[in-house]
Each structure stands twice: as structure tokens, then as C-alpha cells.
Design a binder for this molecule. Structure first.
Ligand SMILES: Cc1cc2nc3c(=O)[nH]c(=O)nc-3n(C[C@H](O)[C@H](O)[C@H](O)COP(=O)(O)OP(=O)(O)OC[C@H]3O[C@@H](n4cnc5c(N)ncnc54)[C@H](O)[C@@H]3O)c2cc1C
Length: 1002
């Protein structure tokens, strides 16, 4: 019998095309009936068993195929029989397996019978290309094996007469089993098993990874690599059957943050290594192009190209002509520039998972649903599954779009928002499309790559579609119907960019679930429940990110510290408001819709606002405040009423001037010359009380906080390597009562760090007081003149020195006043219970009017802190930067009694000397303002990277903080890479403003 014969029960092409587009369709061949489908779709073809031997693969392979089918049948039946009643749907399972170079096996089972028996729903062996098409078809109760692809056709056969193990019901008949091989044999033949390990089920593991998608597979791979070999993975379906199986497989390295880009660079290397080691994940290192069609996009690429130099990403900017030469079928008439990234590529998601789990089949338990997470003594103690409970202290929630549901099993909110995401595959081109680079055209929200002679086209919808389901991924291989309206813009753009696809039909539309986060960045790290980790929320970059995600997560778990800075992906960046599904959803939809937008520094997002308001909000709003948002707080960026006093000629050039106001400079000058009132109510405030508070904080802080009551201590909290985990102030309010004050967005993170790293928390109360207290900062030479008449407390320096704190009354308002500054002027931070906040603001405002008091915003604060050389955690400081590298050695007390976390590492570094240092650069052009991450060079040598910067209006300079090689000294001339140009700068002695601190101590 010839395979793929057009004259054997051919389904009409248009029928196929429709079925293909609409997703699940029903084709019900009856026994003895032949159905053939041409082109790329399934031929469900009933043939006799002998014929099948040749059709499936090489003769030796046949046995394995049958063996596999038998194994799968038995395993499902054994486990699920007795749990599913006859009227329940049972479980649909799939598996895929490489046969030779050409074939994969997919097995679909639906056991519904009592123990020892099961009904085989469908068994298929298909060519890889057609696998997804076949997936969506139902074969009724007839057992069908699709055995071969010929050209574009797939053929199959009935297995009804085949011997199978145990008693199985195939179709309507029971059959006896004659033969059975061990799964280990299969495993050796075909690599890692996607087959449920039924030989044993562990009752204990060092770590349990929940989720057999690419995220979980990579975490398990890397845990085993780090020696955590008694870690296991559990998956409710078969491997990849959540989101991973249908992924488009792009691996594009360039991301919005350096850490994420470096993670994906690692992924690319890993995928190539896996291929070289004989576990090819279908890796196609074809390179990637990103085209720009607007001047802003060109600038974005120029910026990316500059930054890429600092961390070794290969990225070249090319002209439209060069882009055309690289990819002649690309329409480039409207292209202004293109970035070429040779390390990009694409792969096969299922093969990637298989490659990651090579040799780990004993640790993989598929068809195992997690139904509970046990907690004991305040931390994870076990994972409950439908096959038993595994005792463990470490769990990684890698459940993709279902990560929120899995988190809820432990009562931990996980801000994951399942979304729908689409791509299409065209009919094969004529001539078939060769291997070409992947292409991204972000201005037109479209990306594309070759797919077996056709073009695969994906896009980010401007109006995204959340996947609101109480139990996402509970069925395997879920897909949604085509959403042509949402895809129209991307499809149109693809036809413009690739003229050769115009008029061509679509062979496939894939609209699948994907896990998004509220800010579009990955969700990693340990959750609020000790021992419960998260590795999910990959926002359509799970394949690209998986290598790096697995490596970083495993390092974090096994070594306590990942190599890269994870702060932008750390779950601790999200506060309690993200437990609200509607809030998280609103933010995630916004992030998705803006995914391909050019992101300008200081641009504010509007979604989900306003949420948290200070008591002074109304007063500031009446002054025309430009509001920014951080951690849900509305915070003044600048106050519009001050703009008239500003100077428009100070507007920075280029991007830095986009979101700017002359008010910023006016507020800085007012702070220098008179006084400015800043609303910093959003400061995170954490109280630590109890007899052990001093000892606990002494262990955490690099500085000595055993100071008299009322002292205020600036300190870093370091990790074991000496890296800075937090940068904050500690106030000793009295005896055993300490107040920790840290950044708006850092409260959750810093509190968790303290809790996890305190040697003994017995008897300690650790309370977040952030919302309970307002904070207004009155800074400037007139500060004392304004405040003194409002209080009986003596504010003179003798009575109230710098870096001290006192409880006092301002009018009738109880206030904790802290004499400290982030702007380098005389002044106080004034904290009061939130209900007094409005009154306190009014008192200060009225008292300040005669002295020229103005209200100011965060942009002015940032400008002035740069002039003072104050660092910011998250840009200048991170867990991979030590106080010595940051120039903060003055706040480290190595000799402190009892030591502190990170002391040994810091001691060693102090002795050996540092390799890098944070330095202040002053650019020659005061209107050339850095945005962060720019490269710094000396001559032809790359010597570092900018961490932050901005204009300094009191000193009239453009300032940059840069991490540079240790030998770079004040006075050295350097250059800073900005938008493809090099701007000259001088390394300066810090601080630029009030170098001896006379103003702050006045
Ligand atoms: C249409 C589309 C195209 C995409 N294209 C790309 C691309 O080109 N490049 C790219 O990098 N990324 C792409 N992605 C994203 C990528 O596919 C995902 O980020 C990635 O596959 C997610 O992997 P995961 O392991 O987090 O989730 P999943 O693959 O969904 O794995 C999670 C697993 O957890 C299991 N699970 C859930 N609950 C339980 C439970 N209670 N017990 C046991 N197991 C459970 C699920 O069954 C599932 O198998 C695309 C996504 C979509 C939707």
C-alpha cells in the first residue's frame, strides 16, 4: 500500500486548513477505513501489522515502539484505575520519543477501566513536523498508530490486533499481553524518559521540583549538576504538556536587563553544549536580527550595542543594506538599522526538555499531580501528590501558568497571570524557506523564524488576552482557538517584512497559555514561606531563559548565592498588593501590551494607579505634582508649581530630556538656598524589638549598631560573600527597640533577608510600619529656622547632633525626628502616625512660607544624592558588589565583637584589595546625561560600566557613578559610550558637593 496516496479517503484541503486553524477537530476513522490527508497533516491510515514494521522505522525499532506503547498503557492503568470512576474522563497522556533521526512517538491514553485494564484512546507514531497537527485530532475509540511521514504526509495504522501487556481494552475488545521489556531498556535506547517512573516512588527527596516544563527540567538539571542528586521532579501530565510543548522555540538573547540577557547568553551556550554532547535540543544557531524603523528604535539599538560591550554579548549594528545582504528576502525599504546577534537561534522545546533531563529519568515522575504542600515549623516539609507524599525541605514551584495555584497549596500568593499568546505557521513557501536568521521587528510587534520550509510568525497583541481560569494547565496540551483580530497587526506586518508570504495560507495557528508577571520580568527566588522557591513567569522567554533560570535557581538554592544579580527577577520585589489577582492582572496586561515599546528612562506606567497615597497627596497634587509610582505608592517626581522658577535651557539632551521638568533644577536650588519639603512617606519602615534585637541586628549589619539610644547608623547587610543585600539606616530608638528604614520598593526584600538570616528570632517582634507612619523630609539651610518655632525641643547641633534621632512634638503632632539627609543639607526626616500626616504637612508648609520653602520630588533628591556620592541599592549596589568596592568601607566594622554575616569575605577582600571600584565621573558636556549601563573606556580599553547618573544642579555638572577597574583614579580621563558616540569625562573625587560635610552638620 502506498503511503499518502491522494486517492485513499482524502480529506479536502480546505477542510484540513479549517481544522488546522480552528484547533481541535474531530476525524473519526472507523476500523477498516482508510483516511489519508495530504500536505502536512495527519494520515490516519489503517493497515495490517506486518506492514507497520517497515513503516515505523528500522526493523529493530519496532519492538521498542510496541514496548513503549505497552509501558505507557500499563502505567496509566495501574495508577489511575480505581481512582477514576468509569464515568469520569480519566487522564489523557502523551509521550514523545525519538526513533532514529526521523520519528517521534506520541501516546495518548485514557484509562477508564478497573485495575489492570485500561482503554487506549489513541496511540500514534508520527514525524516530528506533523506531531502538533495530530495532537488536536480525536481518533475516537479506535486505536491508531500513525507510523510514518512521507513527504508531507503522515500515515498510521490500527493496533487492535497487537499484543499488549496485561489486560487492556483496546477499542471494545480485551486483549492479552504477551511481551514486556523494562523501561530502563527503553531509556538506554532513547535517552531520558518521559515515561512515568513506576518502579518506585520516593518518600523523601532533598528538593522536589513541581512542573515538568522547561523551567522545572532546567532547575532539576542544574541541581543535579551541583551535586543535589537526590532531587526529583514531579509533573501532573507528561513532560512539557503545560506550555512548553507548543513554544515557538526562539532563543533571543537581548533583554531589558543585563542579568536576564546574561542568563540567556548562558542558555545559548548550554544548548550548544547539549547538542555537542549528543543531546541535541534541536538547536539551530542561525543568529538573530532586530530591525529598527524609527529613529527612537535606532537609538535603542545603539544603546543596546554600547551596553552589550560591557558584558560580552555579540551584537553588531548593521545598515539596511547590510541587513538586506544578510537576508535578501527581508523587506528593508523602511528599515533604518538592524542589530545582528550571532548567538541567537531557535530550538525544539520538547527536545530541549529531553536533553536537560538526559540520564535523570530515575528522578522524574510524570503523571504525578501535586495536591498539597506540607508546612512544619514555619517552613516547607513535604509535597503531597496523588501517588504519595515526599518529605522534603526544599520545593521549587515551576508550575508555569499554574504556579499561582501551586503556591496557594501552601498559602503563598504568587503573582502569576496566565495569558494567551499566539503564533502562526504558514504553508511551506515555494521554494521552501531555507534556514534564515530569526527576525524581530518590534516597531510592528512581530517576530519570525523558519519552520520546515515555512515561516513561523509570532506577535505581541496590543490588546492582550488574559487566560482567566481557576485551574490553568489542569488538562494537558491546552490550546485556545484562533484569535485573528488580536493577531491581525502582527500578521500584516509579517507580510510586509516578508513579501514572499503574501497570499500564502496558514498551516497552523497556535494560541497557548503562558505565565506572565505584573512587570514582565521572570519570577524567581525563595517565597515568603521558607523552603518554597519559585521559577516561573517567563513571559514568552522560557525557552530562551531556561538555561540561565535553572543555573541561577540551583546556585541560589544549593550555594545560597547566584552568580548573577537576581534582584530584578526576585519575587521579593512584589509587595502584598500583588496578592490581588485583579491588581496583578491589570499590571500584567499593561506589561504585555507594552512589551515591544521603546522604554524611556523615567517613563511612568499608569495601570493600577493610584493605589497607595500619602497623607500629603492632596496638598502636593494641588501644586501640580508629576506623580511617579513605586511599589504601589504615588510619589512626587517633581512639583509643577516650581517649573516657573526653573531654567528650560538645562533640559538634558536626548532621551534624558524626555521626562524632565525645569522644576527639578529649581527644587535642587531651593534646597541649597532655602529649604525644600519632600514627602518620603513611602520609605519602608521595619521595627525590630525584643531582648535579642541587638544581637540579631549586629549579626546582620556590617556596621556597629551597638550605639546609645537615639543613634542613627548607616549600614549594609551583606551576604556570606560580602555582597550588599541591603543598604539602610538603623535607628536605636531605645534599648531593645530598633527602627530599620529602607527604600520604598525594598521593604519586602529586606525584611525577608533579615528574617532568614537572623541567627535567633526567639522573642523578637519584626513589624512593617511603612503605611502606619508618614515621613516628610525638611532639608535646606532654613530647615532649623522653619522647624524650631514649631517645637519645644532644642534643635541646635549640640542638643540634636547629626545622625541622631529624638521623639518630639511639632505643634500637637507626635514626631520622631531623625537628623539625617540624602541630599547633603541640614535637616530632619520627620515621622508621625499617618493620621497626623496631613496636619504635620500643613504646619511645616505654613511655617516655611516666609523662608521660601518649596515642595520637592524624587528627581531632585536623586540629583542631589549624586552630588553627595550617596549610593542607591539596585543600581549602584547589589549582592555582587561589596562595601569596599562601593567606597563604603567606612561603614564596615570588621573588628566588631561577635563578627557579622559576610565578615570573613570582607576581611579577605580588604587584605587582597578590590578589583573594581565605584567612581564618580563628571562628563565634559553638562547636558549629556547618562541613563545607566553605558560602557566606560580608557583609550581603547573597556574599563567599566555606568551604574547610575544624572544632572547635578548645585554643582552644574553631568554626573555618572561607574563601576570601573580598581586602578582608575580621580583625575583620570575616560570616555562614556552614549548612543554610539563616546563622551569625554573625568574621574572625580567624591563628594562633589560639600566635601567635608559642613552643611549637614551645621
Ligand atoms: C504561543 C507561545 C509561543 C512561545 N514561544 C516562545 C519562544 O519562541 N521562545 C521562548 O523562549 N519562549 C516562548 N514561549 C514561552 C515558553 O514556552 C514558556 O515560557 C515556557 O515553556 C514555560 O515553561 P514552564 O516550565 O514555566 O511552564 P510549563 O511548560 O507550563 O510547565 C509547567 C508544568 O507544571 C505542571 N504542573 C502544574 N500544576 C501542577 C501540579 N499541581 N502538579 C504537578 N505538575 C503541575 C504543568 O502540567 C506543566 O507541565 C512561548 C509561549 C507561548 C504560549
Amino acid at each position: 500500500m502506498s503511503r499518502g496516496d491522494a486517492d485513499v479517503g482524502v480529506l479536502e484541503d480546505q477542510h484540513i486548513a479549517r481544522a488546522d486553524r480552528l484547533g481541535p477537530a474531530r476525524i473519526e476513522p472507523r476500523e477498516g477505513e482508510q483516511v489519508a490527508v495530504r500536505r502536512r497533516l495527519a494520515v490516519l491510515d489503517v493497515v495490517d501489522a506486518d506492514d507497520r514494521v517497515e513503516q515505523v522505522a528500522q526493523p529493530g525499532d519496532r519492538e521498542h515502539v510496541i514496548d513503549l506503547l505497552v509501558q505507557r498503557s500499563r502505567c496509566d492503568c495501574d495508577r489511575h484505575a480505581g481512582r477514576h470512576g468509569a464515568d469520569e474522563r480519566g487522564c489523557l497522556r502523551t509521550d514523545r520519543r525519538l526513533l532514529g533521526d526521523e520519528f517521534l512517538v506520541a501516546v495518548y491514553l485514557r484509562p477508564q477501566q478497573p485495575a489492570g485494564a485500561g482503554r487506549v484512546r489513541r496511540l500514534i507514531v508520527v514525524g516530528k513536523r506533523a506531531l502538533d497537527d495530530l495532537r488536536v485530532r480525536e481518533a475516537g475509540e479506535t486505536v491508531v498508530v500513525v507510523s510514518r511521514i512521507e513527504g508531507d504526509a503522515v500515515t498510521g495504522e490500527d493496533l487492535a490486533e497487537e499484543p499488549v501487556e496485561d489486560r487492556l481494552v483496546i477499542g471494545d475488545r480485551a486483549v492479552e499481553v504477551e511481551d514486556h521489556r523494562s523501561r530502563r531498556h527503553l531509556t538506554r535506547e532513547y535517552g531520558p524518559s518521559a515515561v512515568t517512573n513506576t518502579d518506585s516512588f520516593p518518600d523523601r527527596a532533598r528538593c522536589v521540583v513541581i512542573g515538568g516544563g522547561v523551567g522545572g527540567a532546567s532547575v532539576l538539571h542544574h541541581l543535579h549538576k551541583l551535586g543535589w542528586t537526590d532531587s526529583v521532579l514531579v509533573e501532573q501530565h507528561n513532560l512539557t504538556e503545560g506550555t512548553t510543548w507548543h513554544s515557538a522555540g526562539f532563543v533571543g538573547q537581548l533583554r531589558s536587563t543585563i542579568s536576564q540577557t546574561r542568563m540567556i547568553m548562558y542558555s545559548s551556550e548550554l544548548y550548544a553544549e547539549l547538542a555537542a554532547a549528543g543531546h541535541d535540543p534541536g538547536w539551530r544557531p542561525v543568529g538573530g536580527m532586530r530591525v529598527a524603523t524609527t529613529p527612537e528604535r535606532v537609538q535603542e539599538l545603539q544603546r543596546a550595542a554600547s551596553t552589550a560591550r560591557t558584558y560580552g554579548l555579540e551584537l553588531e549594528l548593521e545598515s539596511p543594506e547590510e541587513a538586506k545582504a544578510r537576508l535578501p528576502l527581508l523587506e528593508t525599504s523602511d528599515v533604518l538599522a538592524s542589530a545582528w546577534m550571532p548567538g541567537d537561534g531557535y530550538l525544539d522545546p520538547e527536545l530541549l526538555v529531553r536533553a536537560l533531563l538526559a540520564d535523570l529519568d530515575d528522578a522524574v515522575f510524570t503523571c504525578t499531580r501535586v495536591t498539597g504542600i506540607e508546612v512544619a515549623g514555619g517552613r516547607v516539609s513535604g509535597v503531597v501528590t496523588d501517588r504519595g507524599t515526599i518529605e522534603t525541605e526544599v520545593v521549587v514551584n515551576a508550575a508555569g501558568a499554574a504556579a499561582g495555584v501551586v503556591g496557594a497549596l501552601a498559602g503563598v500568593p504568587i503573582p502569576i497571570v496566565p495569558m494567551r499568546h499566539q503564533y502562526v505557521v504558514t504553508e511551506p513557501l515555494d521554494p521552501p524557506l531555507d534556514e534564515i536568521p530569526t527576525v524581530r521587528d518590534p516597531d510592528h510587534i512581530v517576530y519570525a523564524r523558519p519552520e520546515n520550509g515555512a515561516l513561523l510568525v509570532g506577535g505581541y497583541a496590543r490588546e492582550p488576552n488574559a487566560y482567566d481560569d481557576a485551574a490553568p494547565l489542569s488538562e494537558p496540551r491546552q490550546l485556545f482557538g484562533e484569535d485573528a483580530a488580536r493577531f491581525a497587526e502582527s500578521w500584516e506586518a509579517a507580510q510586509h517584512r516578508f513579501p514572499s508570504i503574501r497570499g500564502i495560507g496558514l498551516a497552523k495557528v497556535v494560541n497557548g497559555p503562558e505565565a506572565f508577571t505584573p512587570d514582565g520580568e521572570f519570577l524567581l527566588g525563595e517565597t515568603s514561606l521558607p523552603g518554597l522557591w519559585i521559577a516561573a513567569g517567563f513571559c514568552v522567554h522560557g525557552l530562551a531563559g531556561a538555561g540561565g533560570v535553572g543555573k541561577s535557581t540551583a546556585e541560589w538554592i544549593a550555594c545560597g548565592q547566584p552568580e548573577l544579580d537576581m534582584s530584578g527577577m526576585d519575587i521579593r520585589r512584589f509587595g502584598p498588593q500583588f496578592a490581588s489577582r485583579s491588581y496583578a492582572r491589570t499590571r500584567a496586561l499593561d506589561s504585555y501590551s507594552r512589551y515591544y515599546d521603546v522604554v524611556y528612562p523615567h517613563e511612568e506606567r499608569e495601570a493600577g494607579r493610584p493605589l497607595r497615597k500619602s497623607p500629603a497627596w492632596g496638598r502636593l497634587d494641588a501644586l501640580g505634582t508629576a506623580w511617579g509610582e513605586k511599589a504601589g505608592w504615588e510619589r512626587p517626581n517633581w512639583v509643577g508649581a516650581n517649573a516657573a522658577a526653573g531654567d528650560e535651557s538645562l533640559r538634558p539632551r536626548g532621551w534624558a530630556g524626555r521626562f524632565w521638568s525645569p522644576a527639578i533644577a529649581a527644587e535642587c536650588i531651593a534646597t541649597r538656598d532655602a529649604a525644600c519639603l519632600f514627602d518620603q512617606s513611602s520609605f519602608s519602615k521595619i521595627d525590630v524589638r525584643g531582648p535579642g534585637a541587638l544581637a540579631a541586628l549586629q549579626w546582620l549589619c556590617a556596621n556597629d549598631i551597638d550605639k546609645p539610644d537615639g543613634s542613627l547608623i548607616y549600614t549594609q547587610l551583606c551576604n556570606a560573600c560580602g555582597g550588599i543585600e541591603a543598604d539602610l539606616t538603623v535607628t536605636r530608638i531605645s534599648g531593645h527597640h530598633f527602627r530599620v528604614t529602607t527604600g520604598t520598593a525594598l521593604g519586602v526584600r529586606d525584611r525577608q533577608w533579615m528574617l532568614r538570616n537572623m541567627p535567633d528570632r526567639t522573642g523578637l517582634a519584626i513589624d512593617d510600619r511603612t503605611g502606619a507612619e508618614a515621613c516628610f523630609c525638611l532639608w535646606g539651610p532654613e530647615a532649623r529656622t522653619i522647624l524650631q518655632p514649631l517645637t519645644d525641643t532644642d534643635l541646635s547641633t549640640d542638643a540634636f547632633p547629626f545622625l541622631t534621632s529624638q521623639q518630639l512634638l511639632v505643634g500637637a503632632v507626635p514626631v520622631r525626628a531623625q537628623r539625617v539627609t540624602f541630599v547633603g543639607e541640614l535637616g530632619w526626616e520627620l515621622y508621625c502616625p499617618a493620621e497626623y500626616g496631613h496636619t504635620l504637612w500643613d504646619l511645616l508648609w505654613e511655617a516655611g512660607a516666609p523662608s521660601g520653602l518649596v515642595a520637592g520630588g524624587y528627581r531632585a533628591i536623586d540629583s542631589m544624592r549624586l552630588e553627595k556620592g550617596y549610593r542607591v541599592w539596585g543600581t549602584d549596589l547589589d549582592p555582587n558588589t561589596t562595601p569596599y568596592e562601593a567606597g563604603l568601607g567606612f561603614a564596615v566594622r570588621l573588628g566588631k565583637e561577635g563578627g557579622f554575616l559576610g565578615r570573613e569575605a570582607l576581611e579577605a577582600q580588604k587584605e587582597a584589595g578590590v578589583d573594581t571600584r565605584l567612581r564618580c565621573l563628571v562628563l565634559d558636556d553638562p547636558l549629556a546625561i547618562v541613563l545607566g549601563n553605558e560602557p566606560v573606556r580608557s583609550g581603547d580599553d573597556l574599563i567599566g560600566r555606568v551604574t547610575s547618573g544624572g544632572p547635578g544642579y548645585r554643582v552644574g555638572a553631568s554626573i555618572a557613578v561607574a563601576k570601573v577597574a580598581a586602578g582608575v583614579e580621580p583625575g583620570d580621563r575616560v570616555e562614556v559610550g552614549m548612543f554610539g558616540e563616546w563622551a569625554t569625562a573625568t574621574v572625580a573625587q567624591e563628594p562633589l558637593y560639600d566635601p567635608h560635610g559642613e552643611l549637614t552638620r551645621a
